[in-house]
Design a protein around this ligand. Structure first.
Ligand SMILES: [Ca+2]
Length: 364
């Protein structure tokens, strides 16, 4: 667990060991001057696959420093990304159900973890949990009814048996009325399985950020320069006092049907808020610091992960923030914000969308 409560590993919530929270960077270094060529706006090479939009090839400034940025978002650096197709929305329950119906796939949250899987997420030397605790479960957001210390995410996250994509708010909940909501409680492995079935893949972290920015490189938000409007929010976020009071000024306590908010300039909905989205890359806090080329072309991320707060646990990148994000606690709805997540852990606020290069389309 690294950043204020938005993703913690199931093992840490279930079996203890939650650590401290990440802090915003105080690095005052300004972003480099705008020296890049304007992003080339290449046209879509063919008719769009259903539900996808074309993200044109181009160069952009990846990352952010200062202000709300955390240290892993810098340094800002030039990245060039080839054009690609991206799902206009997060993958919905309706779409995920089609995959499960076709393949009989069972998500990780629907399987009891092994002791080895749990121990791999815990700090070395942690005592093994009792065998009866090794049950199928997922991380469920349960808002407390009073203010709680923000340094202790276990006050609003529960390791909840019977919680999975079909039961997003616990075993007694269902998908009724949620067909068009993003699927949640899917881990990275589940997302990869879906993408493979769909003939797509998860975006690289660079593709995701390039797409989220919508061609507006240095704007702090996917909708531009304007801060979050608490009275008329630009995305499905948290309004009120996190984590105990949500005024739902945006209309949604938890997930919203995909596409409920205006798209960015590339036609992508919910690149801020609603649910976090898995990326293909391994997470490292120093990914950007290790990049030395003047322009990094189509980066695919580091070869292995390192989350300094949980160095024993492999992590993949998540992007975009969720319905739990509030400026008082975590402004991860910014397009540069990064989050490490255990690839075998799903949660109430974690989903994904897919991408596809033109050359990867069947028959190309
Ligand atoms: Ca909301």
């Amino acid at each position: 667990m690294r950043v204020p409560g938005l993703v913690v590993t199931c093992a840490l919530v279930a079996f203890g060991g939650l650590g401290g929270c990440g802090q915003a960077s105080t690095d005052p270094t300004p972003a480099p001057p705008a020296g890049a060529e304007p992003a080339a706006q290449d046209a879509a090479p063919s008719d769009a696959p259903p539900g996808m939009v074309w993200i044109p090839a181009g160069r952009f400034r990846m990352g952010a420093v200062g202000g709300e940025a955390r240290s892993d978002e810098g340094p800002v650096h030039e990245v060039e990304v080839s054009g690609f197709w991206m799902d206009a929305t997060e993958v919905t329950n309706r779409e995920f159900a089609r995959f499960v119906d076709a393949t009989a796939y069972v998500t990780v949250a629907e399987r009891a973890p092994t002791l080895d899987e749990i121990m791999a997420q815990l700090p070395p030397g942690t005592a093994p949990p009792p065998e009866e605790d090794l049950v199928a479960a997922s991380l469920l957001f349960i808002p407390p009814n009073q203010p709680v210390p923000l340094g202790d995410p276990s006050r609003w996250w529960a390791w909840a048996p019977g919680t999975d994509w079909r039961h997003p708010e616990g075993p007694s909940s269902s998908l009724d009325g949620r067909d068009d909501h993003p699927v949640v409680h899917v881990c990275w492995d589940d997302a990869v399985a879906y993408a493979s079935w769909a003939g797509k893949r998860l975006p690289t972290e660079a593709e995701w950020e390039r797409a989220a920015r919508g061609g507006t490189d240095d704007a702090p938000y996917v909708w531009g320069e304007t801060p979050v409007d608490e009275a008329d929010p630009q995305a499905n976020l948290w309004q009120g006092s996190f984590p105990h009071v949500n005024t739902t000024a945006d209309g949604f306590m938890r997930t919203a049907p995909v596409g409920s908010f205006a798209p960015n300039d590339y036609g992508l909905h919910d690149m801020a808020g609603n649910v976090w989205e898995w990326c293909a890359d391994w997470y490292r806090a120093d990914t950007y610091a290790a990049r030395t080329d003047p322009v990094v072309v189509d980066p695919t991320g580091p070869v292995s992960s390192l989350d300094p707060d949980e160095p024993w646990a492999p992590k993949r990148v998540e992007r975009g923030g969720s319905f739990l994000c509030h400026a008082s606690y975590c402004s991860s709805y910014r397009p540069s914000a990064r989050m490490p997540g255990s690839p075998d852990t799903g949660a109430s606020h974690l989903g994904f969308r897919c991408v596809l290069s033109e050359a990867e389309r069947p028959g190309r």
